[in-house]
Design a protein around this ligand. Structure first.
Ligand code: SAH
Length: 476
């Protein structure tokens, strides 16, 4: 199994620093399923390629599989089935290659680089090639999975036998991805997608796989149009785990309901997701406040904007976000370019960082911060408070944020873990109430706090909501 990663970002040999593998040497790693080798077929200033070659040992693999399922590892003839030893696993990229990737490129996957930290954080031109990839659903599925992540996809089906085209195509692809991304992002995408495309995980899927998926998927999976397919396949079609993962993705971020691909009809109609309940609660709070000109600050991919556009009461709707990718997604979701002009004129998207005062945010009836405050490092929160409550100072501010006490109800979320990889904190009800009080005193607002979602008698509701109303000039 082979996977190569190439960059043309000069000096391209810096790829060695990012992967922590010196281009002048070969590197070997002993893994449960065989041996992984990293070497550089090309290492020049203009272009550098790192190759990861996984040599699978079918005997080791069969033994590892036996252990993985809690059976005794054995090679006794009674347990011998030829398929366990003779199969395509040594040759076709799969979850084995994904495991090797995570072992061999561990710090690159975390986005760490001692030698080149800035480069690790910078999108650079990359080309990934997997010459033999088993892909259920063929080139079309590979394209649907990688394109929304910013990759250009070339997927060529491999003929069963080039000498006999009449035999048709094999289930294998030769896959090339090109794009400008951070190396860590590229590795995250591959780590998740290789087993998803193969759709035959080599190990037993346990509930902690949900945490792993959400961790590696942070920042891209919740928004992915095929997240339902990705989650189901990644979790080896274990329904309860997949449903749980999708619920957590919907809770952390914010977009529309999970996709319907591969959805079977025997499932009960799901309740409105927590994300949908949150949008409803925020919408209701804005209506109750009588707001017409509204700001959605940290609007993400625009799920709330879509709701607000559907309600004529709102005459002016502004979405802001620090992320241009989020704003691009929002523009696409709202089909701004196709809205009739009268509708189009109601909506504006701005790039804006909430930690800096922005004149364009002044003079609105209401501002929403839906699932945003917990994305800021605590020392930066006062700057956000100044921007929103001190400077923009709309009459109404609606804030939602997770209730950390409720997290114990999320089966599969490790104790102490947050709901989203990018959350910098999550507040208890008392902590949120304390923050709300302090903001009210400093900036002259009064507020009511309530919960969103099904409340647990001891733990409260999964989401907390505060509606602030400006009442007087504060001390801030
Ligand atoms: N409000 C949206 C998205 C929530 S995710 C929803 O609930 O659907 C948090 C969003 O906050 C992300 O889109 C992120 O880019 C944005 N964000 C994080 N820090 C920010 C900052 N300092 N300024 C503006 N937006 C920020």
């Amino acid at each position: 199994m082979l996977l190569t990663l190439t960059t043309t970002h000069r000096p391209a040999t810096d790829l060695g620093h990012l992967l922590v593998k010196h281009p002048g040497r070969t590197h070997a790693f002993d893994l449960p399923a065989g041996t992984a080798h990293v070497f550089y077929p090309q290492a020049e200033d203009a272009r550098c390629t790192a190759a990861l070659l996984l040599e699978v040992d079918p005997t080791k693999l069969a033994a590892a599989r036996g252990r993985g399922r809690g059976r005794q590892s054995t090679t006794a003839p009674a347990d011998f089935t030829l398929g366990r030893y003779v199969n395509d696993r040594p040759y076709a990229a799969s979850s084995l290659l994904a495991s090797a990737l995570s072992r061999v490129y561990r710090s690159a996957l975390r986005g760490d680089s001692r030698e080149r930290p800035e480069l690790a954080a910078t999108p650079i031109p990359l080309e990934v090639r997997v010459p033999v990839l088993r892909c259920r659903g063929g080139a079309e599925v590979a394209t649907r999975l990688f394109t929304p992540l910013g990759w250009r996809v070339t997927a060529t089906p491999i003929a069963l036998d080039e000498g006999y085209p009449q035999w048709g195509e094999s289930p294998y692809l030769d896959l090339t991805l090109t794009g400008t991304l951070r190396v860590a992002e590229a590795l995250h995408h591959l780590y998740v997608m290789l087993p998803v495309l193969d759709d035959a995980k080599h190990y037993w899927v346990t509930p902690d796989e949900v945490d792993k998926l959400l961790r590696v998927g942070a920042g891209w999976l919740a928004d992915h149009p095929e997240r339902a397919l990705i989650v189901r396949r990644y979790l080896a079609h274990r329904r309860a785990l997949a449903a749980h993962a999708l619920e957590r993705l919907a809770a952390q971020c914010p977009t529309d309901e999970p996709g319907t691909e591969e959805e079977t009809t025997d499932q009960p109609t799901p309740r409105a997701s927590l994300a949908a309940q949150r949008r409803e609660a925020v919408h209701a709070a804005l209506v109750e406040a009588g707001a017409q000109r509204v700001l959605d600050l940290g609007c993400g991919s625009g799920a709330l904007l879509a709701t607000l556009i559907g309600d004529r009461r709102f005459t002016e709707i502004v979405g802001t976000d620090v992320s241009t990718r989020a704003l691009d997604l929002a523009a696409r979701r709202l089909r701004l370019d196709r809205l009739p002009e009268r509708q189009r004129n109601r909506v504006t998207l701005h790039q804006s960082a909430l930690t800096y005062r922005d004149e364009r945010l002044r003079g609105y009836d209401a501002a929403v911060l839906m699932e945003v405050v917990e994305h800021l490092d605590p020392p930066r929160l006062p700057a956000l408070e100044d921007t929103v409550f001190g400077h923009a100072r709309p009459t109404t501010v609606v804030v939602t944020t997770p209730n950390v006490e409720y997290n114990v109800r999320y089966e599969g979320l490790s104790p102490g873990a947050f709901r989203h990889g990018d959350h910098r904190f999550e507040w208890t009800r008392a902590e949120f109430a304390g923050w709300v009080d302090r903001v009210c005193t400093t900036y002259g607002y009064s507020a009511v706090v309530r919960g969103i979602g099904d409340a647990d008698p001891g733990l409260g509701a999964p989401t907390q909501l505060a509606v602030f109303t400006f009442s007087r000039r504060g001390d801030g």
